[in-house]
Design a protein around this ligand. Structure first.
Ligand code: ATP
Ligand code: MG
Length: 429
């Protein structure tokens, strides 16, 4: 195929055989968030570039080298969203829905875009579920966010494969004091740092902690620790969070080097990591960003949230073979009709059955075909039963109901009794 007719590298089609698992996952998340009292918000996929520069920070991987930025026909600089928090904050400010201390517990799902090197678990278009909470500043809500993700891992059957890492970044003043100490230490060992870290030491020193370079990591072992510089308020907040996680029975490890790639965090930061996906081990990450709303022109408003990467979670479900039974079958009943007159009757009959059994997944054969070919399609569809309507059945106003998965003999059922019959043997819930 010519190059122009291929999808862009790192941007994937999600094919029909994969969508059932995606829909299962998305439905689970949506129900869970509904049940915890979170409301969905939908933001545009494109925003002014300035929004991301102001919120994420100029000296971050995302803004420096990962954004899809272009000029539109008016000459405005626009960017495909690389994450959801910035747009969510923009939206709540624009519509005034966090004003006067109004609490908002929000979530969204959708594609994000980052120009990264594509590999397993890392793509240029990927999907996140994000949650953002505004105007609640206590550790109770930080804990709730973690508790609900823990529940999700349980429902997905992947709890044993993920680990919670926690840290506190403190207030911006505490971070500034720590930054000085860190810069002092790293400067004394400058020659041992990799090139990228040397550059970051000047532009955004905390990001050196995030390095994946082994030599620099070795230097960091003896570096000053952020926890030792925490202000009293952040320390109490962090203790409150830990006490709640202990009460909920959620295991965690403190990772003093966890700083997250985005500039807007303060106090709590956390990541759910796994060793099942190779290098792309973080499946969900978030934290508190109490200064962000003000930084973006709003009144002081606390915020806390997280985002999970759907592709990585789908990969985990596949790797751990946690694909639920219920998505393996897409069709309950497959109706085969032979000849024009039977097809007409089948159409009327199938619509009547659909009226009476709205949850029945009934597929009607299309494209006619011999008994053998229709039967093959019925079997391949995964249906539990084939319905057979030929000239004889038409004359007697009945259908043959043939079990396809070895559940007994074929039966003959009158049209009038068909829905009731199917209700007993197919439709549950
Ligand atoms: P990483 O360190 O893996 O690059 P990040 O810190 O850049 O992650 P966040 O911005 O916190 O990621 O995004 C939250 C989650 O979204 C990540 O934990 C991950 O699960 C997912 N994610 C981020 N970037 C990608 C990507 N390029 N492809 C697939 N999933 C991604
Ligand atoms: Mg990244």
């Amino acid at each position: 195929m010519s190059k122009s007719l291929q999808a862009i590298r790192g941007m994937n089609d999600i094919l029909p055989e994969q969508t059932p698992l995606w829909r299962f996952f998305e439905a689970k998340v949506a129900r869970l968030l509904d049940n915890y009292g979170y409301k969905q918000i939908r933001m545009p996929i494109v925003e002014f570039t300035e929004l991301f520069k102001r919120s994420i920070g100029e000296v971050t991987d995302i803004v420096e080298k990962e954004m899809y930025t272009f000029e539109d026909r008016n000459g405005d600089s626009l960017t495909l969203r690389p994450e959801g928090t910035a747009a969510c904050v923009r939206a709540v400010l624009e519509h005034g829905i966090t004003g006067g201390g109004q609490v908002q517990k929000l979530w969204y799902v959708g594609p994000m875009f980052r120009h990264e090197r594509p590999q397993k678990g890392r793509y240029r278009q990927f999907h996140q579920v994000g949650v953002e909470v505004f105007n609640l500043d206590g550790p109770d809500i930080d804990a709730e966010l973690i508790v609900l993700t823990w529940r999700l891992w349980g429902e997905l059957g992947i709890r044993d494969a993920v680990k919670l890492e926690l840290n506190s970044l403190g207030t911006s003043e505490a971070r500034a004091r720590y930054r000085n100490a860190l810069v002092h230490y790293l400067t004394s060992r400058l020659s041992e740092l990799d090139e990228d870290s040397q550059r970051r030491l000047k532009s955004n020193p905390l990001r050196v902690l995030d390095t994946k370079n082994a030599d620099t990591q070795a230097v960091l072992v003896d570096a000053p620790k952020l926890v030792d510089y925490l202000d009293e308020e952040s320390r109490v907040h962090f203790e409150g969070l830990k006490a709640r996680l202990d009460a909920a029975g959620i295991p965690y490890v403190i990772n003093p080097k966890l700083v997250r790639g985005l500039d807007y965090y303060s106090k709590t930061v956390f990541e759910w990591v796994t060793d099942k996906l190779g290098a792309q081990g973080t499946v969900c990450a978030g934290g508190r960003y109490d200064g962000l709303v003000e930084q973006m022109g709003g009144k002081p408003t606390s915020g806390v949230g997280f985002a999970m990467g759907i592709e990585r979670l789908i990969l985990m479900l596949e790797t751990l073979e946690q694909i639920p039974q219920e998505i393996s079958r897409q069709v309950d009943v497959y109706l085969c009709a032979f000849g024009e007159a039977a097809e007409l009757a089948a159409l009327a009959l199938s619509e009547r059955v659909r009226d009476q059994l709205p949850s029945l997944r009934l597929q009607v054969n299309a494209g006619a075909g011999s008994f053998k070919s229709q039967f093959k399609k019925a079997d391949k569809s995964g249906a539990l039963y084939a319905l057979i309507l030929g000239d004889d059945e038409l004359a007697q106003q009945v259908v043959g109901v043939k079990p396809l998965r070895g559940q007994g003999e074929q039966q003959t059922i009158a049209w009038d009794a068909l829905s009731e019959h199917l209700a007993t043997c197919v439709v549950q819930g």
